[in-house]
Ligand binder design. Structure first.
Ligand SMILES: [Zn+2]
Ligand SMILES: [Zn+2]
Ligand SMILES: [Zn+2]
Length: 291
């Protein structure tokens, strides 16, 4: 019997979530009144339900809520079997704090990260304490080197350009026996990547990619200059992948939404336009079956 592999979306917001702290923009106000529009920081669970195992992709500051939410839909699951980290920005690793002795107090939990990320965690408090007390065991990932999780699922780390103040940034291709999913929550610009987005997207079944900002106008309205914002615009990504979405089996979902992005409002004209072009908005709770 083939082991079932499911990727479940645990969060779809940029690091600060929606509503965003200290913001009263229309989206933050709307999500405050309508809890179903709240978004937690971007994260995935790779679940092997038959084996009662699962692996967390990015440990977010919303992890407490995300673990509770995961248990609700998959009561068969216990503690995660490992954590994989994309990079050293606060929405992606600070949930590790819940693994320490103040909260879950894990024992030798494997945490997969690049070399610099490991050095960063091992040498800075409070993360250092998790390493010193062996709550976590740091394990290496290397660009393009396949990591095998429980035989049924493989993860290929892809290095991507993204500020990288403390450590390099990775995206992941998650491969089950039948289908593959590309996950890149954060990247500076597609043209700065040494890989071809169209080519890599066409080699997978599902893409979940950086949808932080929709347009330059959104940034101008928020008093920011796109030149200084290291993310591809959704409108640019849609132009790059339009052909693929219309002419192939690959489905493209956006995730990691900033609170300013009109795509966070399901009733916005922008959301309708995105859908009409064949693209999708990732939502918490979505599941993708890879085997
Ligand atoms: Zn982020
Ligand atoms: Zn806001
Ligand atoms: Zn980042």
């Amino acid at each position: 019997m083939q082991t079932k592999v499911i990727v479940k979306v645990l969060g779809t917001a940029q690091d600060g979530g929606v509503p965003h702290p200290n913001c009263s923009c229309e989206h933050c106000q709307l999500s405050d009144h309508r809890p179903e529009l709240r978004r937690l920081a971007s994260s995935l669970a790779i679940i092997l339900p038959d084996l009662k195992k699962w692996h967390l992709v990015d440990a977010t500051p919303d992890m407490r809520e995300q673990l509770t939410f995961l248990k609700r839909s998959h009561p068969e699951l216990g503690l995660m079997d490992s954590v994989l980290l994309t990079h050293a920005h606060i929405g992606h690793y600070t949930g590790l704090m819940f693994l320490g002795k103040e909260v879950i107090s894990t024992k030798h939990l494997p945490v997969y990260a690049g070399q610099e990320m490991q050095d960063f965690l091992a040498s800075h408090a409070p993360w250092k304490q998790l390493v010193d007390l062996q709550n976590i065991n740091l394990e290496s990932i290397w660009p393009d080197e396949v990591l095998v999780l429980d035989n049924a699922v493989k993860v290929t780390p892809l290095q991507v350009p993204h500020r990288n103040e403390y450590a390099k940034t990775f995206g992941f291709v998650i491969s089950g026996k039948v289908k593959k999913l590309l996950y890149i929550p954060d990247i500076d610009r597609w043209e700065q990547w040494d890989r071809d987005l169209q080519e890599i997207s066409s080699s997978v079944d599902y893409c979940l990619v950086d949808g932080t900002f929709f347009s330059e106008q959104e940034l101008t309205d928020a008093g920011r200059d796109y030149k200084h914002i290291p993310h591809p615009l959704m409108s640019t990504t849609m132009d790059l992948l339009a052909n693929l979405v219309q002419n192939s089996k690959t489905k493209v979902y956006f995730t990691h939404f900033n609170h300013t992005n009109p795509a966070v409002n399901p009733d916005s004209d922008v959301t309708a336009m995105i859908r009409s072009k064949g693209f999708e908005i990732a939502e918490e709770g979505m599941e993708f079956q890879l085997s």
